[in-house]
Design a protein around this ligand. Sequence first.
Ligand code: FE2
Length: 249
Amino acid sequence: MNRPTQQVYENYTPHDFAVWETLFNRQMPLLKDTASNEYLEAHKTIKFSPNRIPDFREVNTIVGNLTGWNLHVVPCISPQKDFFQLLSQKKFTATCWLRTMEQLDYLEEPDMFHDVFGHVPLLTNTSYCDFFKGISTIALEHIENPLAVELLGKIYWFTIEFGLIREHGKKKIYGAGIMSSFGEVKHCLGDKVTHVDFDVEKIFSTNYRNDQMQNLYYVIDSYEQLYNSLDEINTGLRKRIKASKPIGI
Ligand SMILES: [Fe+2]
């Protein structure tokens, strides 16, 4: 399917607006008491609304003024090198098309409800952004090494996509993969899953499935903790790369 490579706001149909409104209105009541305060506050800052599909020009102005980050429209998931290169320039790759009403709960690839509703609010947080950029710098350094890419993929998965944060003694959601999922919001805070304190080495050793809801989530104490873990991530990565090389090489 041909996906747009730039956002032409006039091209959104009444069906698109209805989908955005439906997704928004069923997700927000769930997130009210379960999402990170930073995320919820950012909704107001970015002026997200159920009645209006976000206009990337407006979002870029607001987010750009706060952290220097911008949205870079892509038609679909980018090749890893392109993705990290854009991140290193403070450009977050986002789609600008929406699923249909028949696809509310299942999509094979991320649309703008995931990319924008899920990811963009925390691009207003400096520590989160610096972590994101730091990950891209490490990734570009090791982009030709499949083990490094796999390990960084785990870090990305258990933080940016499926991370939880402790706020005032309660576990809250900050991962975009949970934010945009109707089912996973309740699931991730329920008693059928395991919560583990954020630990780089443990994440390196944890496998995940991308075709079902997670059964294990890592919990951070602050966004600064993410940023402060970059050195440990880089050191741990180098150690594992070295250990994986045959002796004598
Ligand atoms: Fe995502």
